[in-house]
Design a protein around this ligand. Structure first.
Ligand code: GLU
Length: 287
């Protein structure tokens, strides 16, 4: 088994896996096996309010039932908070993050609402006035750490135009392409939330490096977020993997599969008599 090709599946245990997850997991697993490389599993459970240990176990059971095997211990993000704190400290020492005490309603009032979900562009409220910050710190007010995009771009010695990633599209007929970093997709993204000492973007970047991931295979809904990850890799001195963003599967009604669709969970399909090969056929992958 070679580490020259290492990929992963990184679900969040906020519900049962559905056909869309199966597509992503099987694509990554099969790519690793075809390359003689490694397939890793990571549980993205930093959001204590939404994640449930029972879903983690169910995810492992569903993947094993599908016939997937992974090549190292499962990495649970909630066990590795110190790794994310170290990354924040590194960015802090370089002056690339600032504390943001603003509440959602304050951001909304200033027309700086966060975009939906994990998609950029993040609002860029800027640091607080130093005396205001000191008073809020003294009062014990909660704060998030935000990337200072302006400081980050100034910090990069060779300029943002040198930063790029390789997208190896899976669509037949189109080869790999180089995608240049587009800072307009980023903003002052939150790297550590008020309630959690990290964020999706920071944890995913740190973990992919620590796990030695060379190829990231995931849904195209995360394509724009890749710009955030690639910038963080440069700022933290981490390697940039190659990316393969795949299309998102949709049901017969044309809508993307979502966690709320109980009928397309692997659990429901399995109870209805489907076999792992049936699932592979349903997601259009060779059985
Ligand atoms: N945890 C993310 C999700 O469930 C995937 C993260 C990634 O593949 O980068 O959508």
């Amino acid at each position: 088994m070679s580490t020259a090709f290492t990929t992963r599946f990184a679900p969040s245990p906020t519900g049962r896996l559905h056909l869309g997850h199966a597509f992503s997991a099987v694509l990554a697993h099969d790519a690793a096996r075809a390359a003689g490389g490694r397939f890793l599993l990571r549980i993205e459970d930093i959001d204590a309010g939404r994640c449930r240990p029972a879903f983690t176990q169910a995810i492992l059971d569903d993947l094993a039932w599908l016939g997937l095997t992974w090549d190292a211990d499962v990495r649970r993000q909630s066990d590795h908070i110190a790794d994310y704190q170290r990354a924040i400290d590194q960015l802090r020492q370089a002056g690339l993050v600032y504390r943001c005490f603003r509440t959602r309603s304050e951001l909304a009032e200033a027309s700086l609402s966060a975009p939906h979900g994990r998609a950029p562009v993040a609002p860029s409220p800027g640091p607080h006035d130093p005396s205001d910050e000191a008073a809020r710190l003294e009062a014990g007010a909660p704060y998030a750490w935000r990337l200072s995009l302006g400081a980050a771009l100034a910090h990069i010695s060779r300029g943002a135009e040198d930063i790029a990633f390789t997208e190896e599209t899976l669509d037949a007929g189109s080869g790999p392409r180089v995608v240049r970093l587009d800072p307009s997709l980023i903003g002052d993204v939150v790297l550590a939330r008020k309630d959690t000492p990290t964020s999706y973007h920071l944890a995913v970047t740190v973990d992919d490096a620590l796990q030695g991931v060379t190829h990231i295979i995931r849904g195209e809904d995360l394509f724009e977020a890749t710009h955030v990850h690639v910038l963080l890799q440069r700022l933290l001195g981490l390697p940039t993997p190659r990316y393969r963003h795949h299309r998102l599967l949709a049901g017969p009604d044309g809508k993307r599969y979502a966690k709320r669709d109980a009928s397309v969970t692997l659990d429901a399909l399995r109870s209805g008599g489907a076999t792992p090969d049936d699932i592979r056929r349903m997601i259009g992958l060779p059985a």
